[in-house]
Design a protein. Structure first.
Length: 180
C-alpha cells in the first residue's frame, strides 16, 4: 500500500514528455531523465533508451527500482515514506539526504548535514519517523521549501519552476495529512 500511495502522488506531478530549456535534467518523460533512462537500460530494467517513447509501465518500473526499493522507504512508515520518496524523485538522493538531515536536526537529532545518505542519516530519519512522524514530516516539507529557495538563489534561471515546486509541496502536505 505504501508504494502505491507514494507513486500515486508523485507520478501525476511529473507529467509527460518535457524538454524545458531551463531544466537542468534535460529531456524528461514522466519525470524520468535521459540519464536515468540510460542507467536503467544499462542495468536491464528497460529495453530502450528513447526517453520520448517511455511508457507509463516502464516509468513505474524505473521509479520502483531506482527511487523506492534501494532506499526501502516503506520501513519509515506513513507519511514519511511518501514524502521522502517524492523528495528523492524531485531532488535526487543527495538533495533528499540534505533535506532529511536538516529536518532531523530541526527535530533535535544530531546528524551531519553533508548530503550523504549514510547509515547515520538513515538511522536518524528512521528514529524520528517512528518517534514523531508527523512532526518530522512537517520539518521535511519546510526544509524542502527552503531547499527550493536555495536552488533559485544559486541559479536564478530556476525561478521559472518555483511556483510549481511550492504547489507540489503544499499538495504533498495535504495528501500526507500534514498541517503546514
Amino acid at each position: 500500500m505504501s508504494w502505491e500511495r507514494a507513486i500515486g502522488f508523485s507520478l501525476p506531478w511529473e507529467g509527460g514528455f518535457a524538454d524545458h530549456p531551463a531544466d537542468r535534467g534535460g529531456p524528461t518523460n514522466m519525470g524520468i531523465t535521459q540519464g536515468a533512462l540510460d542507467a536503467a537500460y544499462k542495468r536491464g530494467v528497460v529495453k530502450h533508451r528513447n526517453v520520448r517513447a517511455l511508457s507509463k509501465d516502464e516509468a513505474l518500473v524505473i521509479y520502483r527500482a531506482n527511487f523506492w526499493e534501494p532506499h526501502d522507504w516503506g520501513r519509515y512508515g506513513e507519511p514519511v515514506d511518501m514524502i521522502m520518496f517524492d523528495i528523492c524523485v524531485n531532488h535526487g538522493m543527495g538533495g533528499a539526504a540534505k533535506i532529511a538531515q536538516r529536518a532531523c536536526v530541526s527535530c533535535g537529532v544530531d546528524v551531519a548535514i553533508d548530503g550523504k545518505w549514510g547509515p547515520r542519516t538513515r538511522e536518524a530519519l528512521y528514529t524520528m519517523a517512528w518517534r514523531n512522524g508527523l512532526y518530522l514530516s512537517k520539518m521535511l516539507l519546510i526544509k524542502r521549501l527552503n531547499y527550493y529557495d536555495k536552488i533559485v538563489s544559486a541559479r536564478p534561471s530556476q525561478k521559472v519552476f518555483l511556483k510549481g515546486w511550492c504547489n507540489r509541496t503544499r499538495a504533498l502536505a495535504k495528501a500526507a495529512g500534514v498541517k503546514m
